[in-house]
Design a protein. Structure first.
Length: 400
């Protein structure tokens, strides 16, 4: 038959862990070590209430001498939450324990103060982050805490202390360090998730700023259904409110310039079918205001089904309107310059000598100056020989 002491302590330890899970859910937005003072007070009050529940559901050795897992709670609290929350929890649980009275009331208060203080002390003496604490360290910490707790039993009268220790030492040393280890690992995992969540938020913010700076938006396309998830920058790029903006392949095509639809659709189909290695297209997209924006779309299939059919495609849309406008302005300037040069009454030509000697441009008067044609000049070895002999392209035909 199982000793009632074991059953009582196991029940109390299980309640502690169950309450820790509830606490974990209630504090999903809490960041360890960086909470404002008001938040620390609230956490301390919550820990005090949790400690009170543990005190009110104890294993009773004799009337007035009770045991519970407040030592586990407060030692872990001191380690993870620091002075203010743990101090408030110690005040609340001490007041409750004194109000219950009994021969071991002050012994219980001593246990509360000692175990909470040990957790705070380890918090300030540790050399590594909390997330690097191993289960072996938690177990040794729990063993130390509860050896101290057992030693404090000698505050009771000698005969009572010996009877209590003979009855509870073995179950306490078997169960309490294990409960401390389990709760500590639970809190480390919680802290690790919080750190990961914070790092993820920082990364997302950096990505958002990078996308804004580059005039880019992200899309995540379900190839089979044609529906896509997008970043807010994708919608704002086109002048839409990200809230409520939805993207499908059909809506994307509707907003595309009619002249661009078929070439883009063909490139998309060829890429999905595996006919081309890269999906990279440029097209015009209508904004909410009715203007046209040039978009560079890049994409890559990142998920396939068992049959090898594309399921998911991720990519970016980049606003390249300014680049296109600059290219158009450059083309207009080039046309203007060519028009001016073509109508000058003198012969003008531009040639390159590397990697091969060739004409880059000549106006209509340049071959007339040599009494020949463009083609003849471009292929005439005699001309190039004369050009190298005379820095002014040699002497014109028939000259003295």
């Amino acid at each position: 038959m199982i000793d009632p002491a074991f059953l009582g302590l196991i029940q109390n330890a299980a309640l502690l862990l169950a309450m820790a899970f509830i606490y974990d859910v209630m504090t999903s937005r809490y960041r360890f070590g960086v909470s404002p003072p008001l938040m620390q007070v609230g956490i301390g009050a919550l820990l005090g209430i949790l400690g009170g529940i543990l005190i009110l559901t104890p294993w009773t050795y004799v009337p007035g001498v009770v045991f519970d897992t407040r030592s586990v709670l407060l030692s872990i609290s001191g380690l993870f939450f620091g002075v203010i929350p743990t101090g408030i929890a110690m005040i609340i649980t001490s007041a409750l324990r004194l109000s219950l009275g009994g021969a071991a009331a002050w012994t219980g208060v001593a246990v509360i103060l000692a175990t909470g203080s040990l957790g705070i002390l380890w918090r300030h003496l540790r050399r590594h982050p909390l997330t690097e604490i191993s289960w072996q360290q938690f177990y040794l910490f729990g063993l130390l805490v509860h050896l101290v707790m057992l030693a404090l039993m000698f505050i009771l009268p000698w005969d009572t202390a010996l009877r209590v220790l003979s009855q509870i030492s073995l179950p306490v040393l078997l169960i309490y360090p294990l409960a401390t280890t389990l709760l500590g690992i639970l809190m480390v995992n919680r802290l690790g998730r919080e750190d990961f969540s914070t790092q993820l938020q920082v990364s997302e913010e950096r990505l958002r700023l990078a996308l804004m700076a580059a005039n880019q938006g992200l899309y995540d396309l379900n190839v089979q259904t044609g529906e896509a998830k997008i970043s807010p920058e994708y919608a704002t790029m086109l002048g839409y409110d990200p809230v409520g903006f939805q993207l499908t392949v059909n809506k994307w095509i509707e907003r595309m310039h009619p002249d661009d639809r078929e070439p883009v659709a063909m490139a998309y189909r060829d890429y999905i079918a595996g006919k081309i290695p890269e999906y990279r297209v440029e097209f015009r997209q209508r904004t909410k205001a009715g203007d046209w924006k040039w978009i560079l779309s890049l994409g890559k299939v990142v998920e396939y089904d068992n049959a090898g059919r594309p399921l998911r495609m991720i990519g970016t849309h980049t606003d390249i309107t300014e680049r296109k406008q600059a290219e158009e302005a450059l083309r207009e300037n080039e046309i203007f310059i060519r028009t001016v040069l073509d109508n000058l009454p003198i012969g003008i030509a531009v040639n390159a000598v590397a990697p091969a000697v060739e004409f880059l441009y000549m106006n209509d008067n340049f071959p007339k100056f040599y009494h020949t044609t463009r083609e003849a000049l471009a292929t005439s070895d005699a001309f190039w020989e004369a050009a190298y002999e005379d820095p002014i392209f040699g002497k014109p035909s028939g000259s003295k």
